[in-house]
Design a protein around this ligand. Structure first.
Ligand SMILES: [Zn+2]
Ligand SMILES: [Zn+2]
Ligand SMILES: [Zn+2]
Length: 119
């Protein structure tokens, strides 16, 4: 059996300030794309993708997702991002970090997880 660690995994709850006053804060998501890091409303993921990552790109162009190298039409990127990278996140069992890719989490566990390094 693979028993889970005792400390509860915390969802990303502290991103951004003043979120107690902002009912929309729970929907904020930090873009995972390299060199982006922009926070956007996760209900408007396609708007962000089209405005920031597909600007001037034809919707029928073949593009490659920078996060997992999946090939697809540009028009499918927003939905791909939403299902693969926005919803399906993996959490570090030892600290509050979340990653969109399991191999990134594995590397984090091996190299940079603060709780692991202390132990
Ligand atoms: Zn972005
Ligand atoms: Zn992807
Ligand atoms: Zn960690």
């Amino acid at each position: 059996m693979n028993s889970p660690p005792t400390s509860p995994v915390q969802r990303r709850a502290s991103a951004g300030r003043d979120q107690g006053n902002n009912p929309d804060a729970q929907y904020l998501h930090i873009c995972d794309f390299p060199d982006c890091g922009i926070a956007f409303d996760r209900r408007e993921v396609s708007k962000h993708i089209f405005n920031y990552h597909l600007h001037g790109v034809d919707q029928w162009d073949t593009i490659i997702c920078p996060l997992d190298q999946t090939k697809m039409r540009a028009r499918n990127l927003a939905r791909h991002y939403e299902t693969k990278h926005l919803r399906a996140r993996v959490s570090c069992p030892y600290c509050p970090r979340e990653y969109s890719r399991r191999d990134t989490l594995v590397r984090h566990l091996r190299e940079s997880c603060p709780s692991r390094l202390q132990g």
